[in-house]
Design a protein around this ligand. Sequence first.
Ligand SMILES: [Zn+2]
Length: 244
Amino acid sequence: MILLSGIVASTLFLEDRSLLITTLLILTLLYVIALTVGVTTIKWNYFMNSINRVGEGKICFTFDDGPVENTRDVLAVLNKHEVKATFFLIGKNCKENQNILKEIMAEGHIIGNHSFSHENSIGWSSTSKVIEEIEQTNQIIKEVSGIQPQFYRPPFGITNPKIARAIAKTKMISVGWTIRTFDTVVKDAEKLIAKVKPRLNKKGHIILMHDSCPQTVVALDQLIINCKEKGIKIVNLDDIAQTN
Ligand SMILES: [Zn+2]
């Protein structure tokens, strides 16, 4: 009897322990998932605060990865519709395409910082490396355009404590988005338009597009028209700073 009680007790103990281990594993897994989503989902503001929305009834177009030759076509569409946008520029592209950087500025758009090299390994970079890339890019933008960028968009929208520290140290304002168009992936303009159009509403979206993609030029024209048809006011980031 005593032996049986001992076996039952130890089984219960084992069961409890396996339950405990299972619970701990599930919690660890959930934590890792939350952490991964937090790192890759800038609008969660998990590690730092970013501007991810504009005011109700408004929308803001943002373009990453320029300046490149294709930027000129994006500028032409924006000019045609008298719309102002924000361009998050890569430092090394600014060095190579200084005239295009000047054109963006001359058209009255906002110039933001999008790192110097846009390396895939940004998530593993040290705080000092992120700071160095921000400062290098600010410097080349300042030299070419005379503008001191205020806004920063982390490459791939990746955030972590090191990137958060770098942004705080350089006193940049981080900008995310609520609509990711995936225009670098969807190469067909019509498909891109069909994918993004239904998401355009008055909830204050910031849209992420890339001025490096030819299909973006065609899609942008139609998306601006669609916003105007829906009565959504197209604003830029300086409007956000004033009204939010
Ligand atoms: Zn980018």
